[in-house]
Design a protein around this ligand. Structure first.
Ligand code: FO1
Length: 316
């Protein structure tokens, strides 16, 4: 019986790009995308899940191509009015995007789980693949800078990643349980590959792996685990990955990211620019073009990643 299911771990804009590539080369029922929820926060009285929404909008083809987050064809009347009233307008919520946050908040207050809300929104947006939060329990990423602990979105958006990061914490992760369908999928024996998307390892992937039982479930799935480097030529494609690695005293390189994942990885997809630096990393390296500018780039990288996983599986 051929193993069918691809489980992708994703957060942020880079992860969503590869998730889109995977969704275009796999049947809908063969892709389950695990969304980081450590970036979630309450803002303006709303429950906001940025990485879920970035995945949802991207897979639905309604993402803002310029930013990678939020929706295309947006209007900003609400933000303009909030600003005029002296309210908080540093976290940009477009009028169409705002409706999602208001509706999700309403349903969560009714007692629905984040998974139930997310699944229904994906269905309404015509997304066939499963997009699920890593857990239905609350996890919050916080950053310790020279001025003490700050919430993630305050660091990432309001302060535009300027503070120096001395430490990261995922509050309440020790109490969080892997989302039920994800845990069941990993136990099914039906997993073809676990793909770690090119997301920031610290803020997008480690919250997922820090959930008790998640890392073990991935390893026990029997599937090859293949990551795509989020670093090209020593630089992050987007966001603070390289800066964070330097501030945390780590080597800001593709090899440094592989080392961070430890023994989790069986395969690692690295750009030509970093081919020389990854000779000594543990996982089996595949050199490919990993900068995704076009839709075709996304699909090609998805195929390269799946081929690497299949090759590893056949070696078992
Ligand atoms: N990122 C920004 O840099 N500035 C914003 O104003 C902003 C608003 C925003 C609204 C909704 C949403 O889903 C994401 C948004 N993001 C914004 C991105 C978000 O902060 C990051 O994508 C993740 O939290 C980190 O990957």
């Amino acid at each position: 019986m051929r193993k069918r299911l691809v489980v992708a771990l994703s957060g942020g804009v880079g992860g969503a790009k590869l998730a889109l590539g995977l969704s275009r080369v796999l049947p809908a029922d063969e892709l389950l995308v695990v969304a980081n929820t450590g970036d979630d926060f309450e803002h303006l009285g709303l429950s906001i899940s940025p990485d879920i929404d970035t995945l949802t909008y991207t897979l639905a083809g309604i993402d803002n191509p310029a930013t990678g987050w939020g929706r295309r064809d947006e209007t900003w009347s609400f933000m303009d009015s909030i600003g005029a009233l002296g309210g908080e307008d540093w976290f940009r919520l477009g009028d169409r995007d705002l409706a999602l946050h208001v509706e999700r908040t309403r349903r969560l207050r009714l007692g629905q789980t984040l998974s139930e809300v997310t699944s229904d929104i994906c269905r309404r947006l015509g997304i066939g693949a499963r997009v699920l939060p890593m857990s239905d329990d609350r996890v919050r990423t916080r950053v310790r800078s020279e001025r003490g602990w700050i919430d993630f979105q305050d660091y990432f958006v309001r302060q535009q990643c300027r503070p120096v990061v001395h430490e990261l914490a995922f509050d309440d992760v020790a109490l969080a349980r892997p989302q039920a369908e994800i845990a069941a999928a990993l136990r099914s024996g039906d997993v073809r590959a676990v793909i770690v998307c090119p997301s920031n390892p610290f803020i997008s992937v480690e919250p997922i792996l820090a959930i008790p039982g998640m890392r073990d479930a991935i390893k026990a799935s029997g599937a090859p685990v293949v990551a795509v480097s989020p670093i090209i030529g020593g630089q992050a494609v987007k966001g603070p990955t390289a800066k964070m690695m330097r501030e945390l005293g780590l080597e800001a390189s593709a090899a440094g990211v592989a080392a961070r994942y430890g023994d989790l990885l069986d395969g690692y997809i690295v750009d030509h620019a970093d081919a020389d630096g990854v000779g000594h990393v543990g996982p089996q390296v595949t050199i490919a073009k990993i900068l995704m500018k076009t839709l075709d780039d996304r699909e090609t990288l998805a195929r390269v990643t799946l081929d690497a996983a299949d090759a590893l599986a056949s070696q078992r």
